[in-house]
Design a protein around this ligand. Sequence first.
Ligand SMILES: Cc1cc2nc3c(=O)[nH]c(=O)nc-3n(C[C@H](O)[C@H](O)[C@H](O)COP(=O)(O)OP(=O)(O)OC[C@H]3O[C@@H](n4cnc5c(N)ncnc54)[C@H](O)[C@@H]3O)c2cc1C
Length: 283
Amino acid sequence: MSYKCVVLIKQVPDTRAITGDAMNEDGTVNRSKLASIPNPDDLHALEVALEIKEKFGATVTAISMGLPEAAQVLREALYRGADDAILVTDRRCAGSDTLATSHILSCAIKKVGADIVLCGRHSIDGETAQVGPQIAEFIDAAQLTCVGELKDVDKNSITVRRVLDNGWQDAKAPLPCLLSVTDQANEPRVGAATRLMKYKNATTSANYDGDVNELREKNLLIEQYDLDQIGVDLSRIGFNGSPTKINRTQKVILEAKEVKEISPTQEGISAMVKELIEDHSIN
Ligand SMILES: Cc1cc2nc3c(=O)[nH]c(=O)nc-3n(C[C@H](O)[C@H](O)[C@H](O)COP(=O)(O)OP(=O)(O)OC[C@H]3O[C@@H](n4cnc5c(N)ncnc54)[C@H](O)[C@@H]3O)c2cc1C
């Protein structure tokens, strides 16, 4: 049996790399100064899908919703081993909250069909961890959240180890099933050089002047869908279709205060730990 796996990959700004250069004068983050990367948890989700492919037999389709530039994270999924990729991009997505985003992604998943949907547990920019569980509801699939290890897949079910605050839990669910995967699940592989050479030319139809069928035959087409093509209910997306209303936002101003240099010696580290204990930063 060959399972159909769909992996959701969000393009995010690399918030782990925030430095002084990426800060605006008012203390907010200048996103244009940060590299765009695949959301880290999503690479762990992709790795679980590739594990299913290698151990049990599967096809792996990567899907992203975003601006046309998000094609790059799909290319990176192809470098790592995804079989094909789909970009959902449409200006009418603007203003969509997590519920609307989940509706849009679930329409794309329904269009391609899936036995197993995999996503990251949470993104490093929005960080709500709502999208996976909401999609499971929309596509009427079981869900296993906080996945830390793949255990088994058979014709009717999937078994995983879930990571809990104080331990773990082995859980089995029927297919179709959505897994939201944590960063403890595996070590994502890097892209293979041969795949990189091939898929660096993968592109969406909107960015290709020639005959799209030629790209499709060479498996270099990143399918691009707008909302009409995947049957989105337009009353459930965008600002008007999003139930989340932002009442107030507060800027977090990051200020560089005093800088202290610690020498990389046993004495330097001991002095730093002593100081942290004294000011109760650690116990
Ligand atoms: C009122 C409101 C308006 C908004 N307007 C906009 C807007 O105009 N433009 C905009 O870009 N964002 C907008 N957002 C943010 C947008 O709703 C979120 O980025 C999106 O819903 C994902 O939420 P999250 O980052 O919390 O994902 P999480 O729930 O933390 O993500 C879990 C997993 O879901 C998957 N996933 C999430 N998003 C995507 C995606 N786009 N593609 C593929 N997989 C995905 C990933 O696998 C991810 O690891 C808005 C949010 C609100 C509340």
